[in-house]
Design a protein around this ligand. Structure first.
Ligand SMILES: [Zn+2]
Ligand SMILES: [Zn+2]
Length: 149
C-alpha cells in the first residue's frame, strides 16, 4: 500500500515536470497542458487515500487483545460525539479538546473493555468506557455492568 502511494507520488511529480516543460514552450504548446494540473492533483489525492488506508490497516493490526468489540470509535469520555472532517476526528462535546489525526469514527474501537452491555434482547457485548456512555445515552432498555478486573 505504501509502495503504491509512493508510485502515485512519483507519477504526480512526473506529470508536474511535463507541465513545467510544456509551459516553457510556444503558446499553442503551453495551452495543451491545461489538463495536467488537475491530473497531478487527482493522483496526489489518490496517494493520500492510499496512505490513509495503509494507516487504518496498521491500526487494525495493532488492536490490543482487550479492545472494545465495536467497529467504530467514540470519545473515551463522551461517547458518540465525534465529527470528522478532512481526515481529522474531533469530539464535539463542550470543553472536550480531544482530536485524532485519522477517521476515528470509521475504524474499530481500540479502547480497553470496561463494561458488559446487555441489550433489551439479552445480547451481551463487551465495550469500553466511551461506548458505555454512548449506550447509556442511546440504547433503550439496555443494561451495563462494570467488569471487575
Ligand atoms: Zn469528548
Ligand atoms: Zn469502544
Amino acid at each position: 500500500m505504501r509502495e503504491l502511494a509512493a508510485r502515485a507520488e512519483q507519477l504526480a511529480d512526473a506529470i508536474e515536470a511535463l507541465r513545467r516543460q510544456l509551459s516553457r514552450g510556444e503558446d499553442t504548446l503551453r495551452r495543451t497542458g491545461y489538463r495536467l494540473d488537475d491530473a497531478a492533483g487527482w493522483i496526489r489525492q489518490a496517494a493520500q487515500d492510499l496512505q490513509a488506508t495503509a494507516s487504518d490497516m496498521a491500526r487494525l493490526a495493532a488492536l490490543p487483545t482487550d479492545a472494545c468489540t465495536l467497529p467504530w470509535g467514540v470519545c473515551p469520555e463522551h461517547g458518540n460525539t465525534l465529527a470528522t472532517s478532512g481526515g481529522v476526528t474531533a469530539c464535539k462535546s463542550a470543553g472536550c479538546r480531544r482530536a485524532w489525526g485519522y477517521n476515528r469514527d470509521t475504524v474499530p474501537c481500540a479502547e480497553p473493555v470496561t463494561h458488559r452491555l446487555i441489550d433489551a434482547g439479552g445480547v451481551e457485548t463487551l465495550v469500553c468506557d466511551g461506548h458505555a456512555v454512548a449506550a447509556r445515552d442511546q440504547l433503550v432498555g439496555a443494561r451495563l455492568e462494570p467488569l471487575t478486573p
